[in-house]
Design a protein around this ligand. Structure first.
Ligand code: SF4
Ligand code: SF4
Length: 294
C-alpha cells in the first residue's frame, strides 16, 4: 500500500486534511519515537475534521452559549469515519499479511490522553499556533483532530515549512489571538496559561474558578473560542463536515438547567460532545453558576 492511497481514502471520507506520521523504532528521541514506544505501531494516519463556525442568535438574559465545536458531536463523527476507513483498509490489505487484517491493529485516538497536537505538527497536519491550537492550511484551527494506527510501514510526511509553516510569524506582537483572549491566557509564545483559561475550567479542570477568570467568563455554558475567532487563519471558515449526531442548540437556559436533577441533566446532553462520561453534571452546574454570576 502507498501513503498517497491512504491519504486519498481519508480525504474521500470527508476529512479536510490527512497526513501520515511514520513512527521510528529504536531509541530515537522526539515526539514520533515516544509515540512509537507508547502506541507500538509503525504508522499513524492523522486527520482533521472541520467543525465550521456557526453563526448564532443573540441570547436572552438567561441564555448561555455552547461553542460551535460542541454543538454536534464531531469527536464521535471523526471516530466513526476512521472506523469505516479501518474496515476498508483491513479488507483491502488483509490479504497481504495477517497482521493487516486484525481489528486490534487499527486503534483510534480522538480527544484522548495521547498528545495529538505535537504529533499533528510533526507530520504537517498543521502548525502549532500561538493560541496553542493546530492551524491547518485548509480549515484553520476549526477542526477536530483524530488519529488511526496503521500496522504497515509507510513513508511519512514532514512538518509544514515555507509560508504554510510561518502563519504566526506574520501576525506580529501582540497577535490578534492574544489581544482577544478575555483573561490574558494566550502568552503569545505558543503556550497557554491554563490557570487563566476559561476553556480549561469549562472542561472541569481546577478545584474552583478563580474570581479573576469568573469575572471574564461571559455568557458561556461551554466553550471559549475567542482566541480562535480572532485568528486571522479562521477568517474564512470552511463549512463543518456533515454530522447528525449529538445536536445541541447554540444557547440553553442556564436557570432552567440548574433546576434539573442529575438524571435529567444527563439526558439533555446524552450523545453530545458534552456527554457526561467525561464531563460531570457538577462541572456543567459550575459553568452555569459562573456564567450567571458574571
Ligand atoms: S480558550 Fe478563551 S480563555 Fe482560553 S486561551 Fe482561548 S480565548 Fe483565552
Ligand atoms: S492570530 Fe496569528 S498568531 Fe494567533 S494563532 Fe492565529 S495566526 Fe497565529
Amino acid at each position: 500500500m502507498e501513503r498517497s492511497a491512504i491519504i486519498r481514502a481519508a480525504l474521500e471520507a470527508g476529512f479536510a486534511r490527512a497526513r501520515v506520521l511514520a513512527l521510528p523504532g529504536g531509541e530515537e528521541s522526539g515526539n514520533a519515537a515516544a509515540a512509537r514506544r507508547r502506541l507500538d505501531t509503525p504508522s499513524l494516519l492523522v486527520t482533521a475534521l472541520p467543525h465550521g463556525q456557526d453563526t448564532a442568535l443573540p441570547p436572552g438574559a438567561q441564555d448561555l452559549a455552547i461553542a460551535p465545536f460542541a454543538r454536534r458531536n464531531y469527536y464521535r463523527e471523526a471516530v466513526r469515519r476512521l472506523q469505516r476507513l479501518a474496515r476498508n483498509f483491513r479488507e483491502l490489505y488483509g490479504g497481504e499479511e495477517t497482521e493487516y487484517a486484525l481489528k486490534r491493529n487499527y486503534r483510534i485516538f480522538c480527544n484522548s490522553p495521547v498528545p495529538e497536537k505535537p504529533l499533528a505538527a510533526s507530520c504537517g497536519l498543521g502548525v502549532m499556533g500561538r493560541n496553542g491550537l493546530i492551524i491547518t492550511p485548509e480549515a484553520g484551527s476549526l477542526v477536530v483532530i483524530a488519529a488511526l494506527t496503521l500496522p504497515f510501514p509507510l513513508e511519512g510526511d514532514g512538518p509544514l515549512d515555507g509560508e504554510d509553516g510561518a502563519y504566526c510569524e506574520k501576525c506580529g506582537m501582540p497577535p490578534p489571538c492574544a489581544a482577544a483572549c478575555p483573561t490574558g491566557a494566550v502568552r503569545g509564545d505558543g503556550f497557554i496559561s491554563l490557570e487563566k483559561c476559561v476553556q480549561w475550567y469549562a472542561s472541569g479542570n481546577g478545584e474552583s474558578v478563580p474570581p479573576e477568570v469568573a469575572a471574564k467568563w461571559g455568557k458561556r455554558l461551554y466553550g471559549c473560542t475567542a482566541c480562535q475567532d480572532a485568528c486571522v487563519r479562521n477568517s474564512r471558515p470552511v463549512p463543518g463536515a456533515p454530522c447528525s449526531g449529538g445536536h445541541l442548540p447554540a444557547f440553553m437556559n442556564g436557570e432552567e438547567l440548574l433546576k434539573l436533577p442529575d438524571d435529567e441533566l444527563k439526558a439533555r446532553f446524552r450523545g453530545s460532545a458534552l456527554d457526561f462520561s467525561w464531563i460531570s453534571p457538577g462541572v456543567i452546574r459550575r459553568n452555569i453558576r459562573t456564567a450567571l454570576g458574571s
